[in-house]
Write a protein that binds this ligand. Structure first.
Ligand code: CA
Length: 333
């Protein structure tokens, strides 16, 4: 499928975009974005922010059962625990995994370098609009943009152009350290490849979250809502928190937000575990596994079950949601 130029996708939601086209400086940027169709696999591997997960066995899955019928009580899309069966010990070679979810800042570099698809949220929040582009818009367009598109809680009616630009830049900076969301599984895969990495396997993700002792949550076996962003207690403006905002909830390997904030794509198709007798019409090469639970909960319930390290969720690869992101992994050589 041909990739639409970035500015086509952006202009659909940015009020003053057509006015920008005569701008020489704006055109220079847009032309660069439009005529740069191939993904530049300029691998820039950086292991600085990755945790080393040592080789060895860990406990994957669980043998729990839903004896009290919680699954029905909460209207879950699938029965609880059954796709986690049977619990087993699995040996993995050493690998690296990002300590943090991939951020908007990191993903922006990838998008610009590759004329890549914009995450849906960016089309609404003006995240990719540069100062050069904004400079060429007149003050009334900027007022409308700030008030109606960004919906910032300020009175724009008497604001100067400079004040409006400052407000927009301030808003953009608040988005920098949020995890990128609205990305599909192919988007996540492509980003990780570009970064010289890859998506973690489901087993790698679970080991990085649970350690070797089969614990329920990254921090231990007790549910502690203060240790994650499950979207209930904290009033983060858009639901999602800056990455690494809950250091007390990190895993034994120092990997953050493995429970909550955004759900995370992993590499695997949703399949039964070896030796499982559980059957599901969702198994097969049609759904990718998603791990960790997000700030929006799963099925709109904030239930500790969905944030367990063994919990498996699944989505069609082209799904994109405001509480769905990813992180990357890498082989140790
Ligand atoms: Ca997460």
């Amino acid at each position: 499928m041909p990739r639409k130029p970035i500015h086509d996708r952006y202009c659909a939601s940015v009020l003053f975009c057509p006015k920008l086209l005569p701008s020489i400086r704006g055109m220079a940027l847009l032309t660069f974005l439009i005529v740069h169709p191939a993904i530049a696999w300029t691998a820039q591997p950086s292991t600085h922010d990755m945790a080393l997960i040592p080789a060895g066995e860990f406990i994957m899955g669980s043998d729990k059962t839903d004896a009290s019928g919680k699954s029905k009580e909460f209207g879950s899309a699938k029965p609880w625990y059954l796709d986690e069966h049977p619990q087993r010990k699995l040996r993995l070679p050493a690998f690296l995994i990002d300590k943090l979810e991939v951020t908007n800042t990191q993903y922006r570099e990838f998008v610009i370098q590759n004329n890549y698809w914009l995450p849906a949220q960016w089309e609404k929040n003006g995240y990719l609009l540069t100062r050069e582009i904004l400079d060429s818009a007149d003050v009334n367009k900027l007022r409308k943009f700030v008030a109606e598109t960004l919906r910032l809680d300020i009175d724009t009616r008497t604001m100067s152009k400079e004040a409006l630009l400052t407000a927009i830049e301030k808003h953009q900076k608040t988005l920098d350290n949020l995890p990128v969301t609205g990305v599909t599984w192919p988007n996540a895969r492509d980003y990780c490849r570009w970064a010289g990495k890859r998506l973690p396997t489901e087993a790698e993700w679970e080991k990085a979250a649970r350690g070797v002792d089969g614990r329920e949550y990254p921090w231990g076996n007790q549910w502690e809502p203060s240790k994650l962003n499950a979207g209930s207690a904290d009033n983060w403006e858009t639901g999602v928190a800056p990455v690494g905002s809950y250091p007390s909830g990190k895993s034994v390997y120092g990997v953050h937000d493995m429970a909550g904030n955004v759900m995370e794509w992993v590499d695997d198709w949703y399949l039964p575990y070896p030796g499982s007798r559980h059957e599901s019409a969702e198994f097969g090469s049609k759904n990718k596994v998603v791990r960790g639970g997000g700030w929006g909960g799963v099925g709109h319930y904030v239930v500790s079950h969905f944030y367990r390290g063994a919990y498996r969720f699944y989505l069609a690869p082209h799904s994109a949601f405001a509480d769905l992101g990813f992180r990357c992994a890498k082989d140790v050589r």
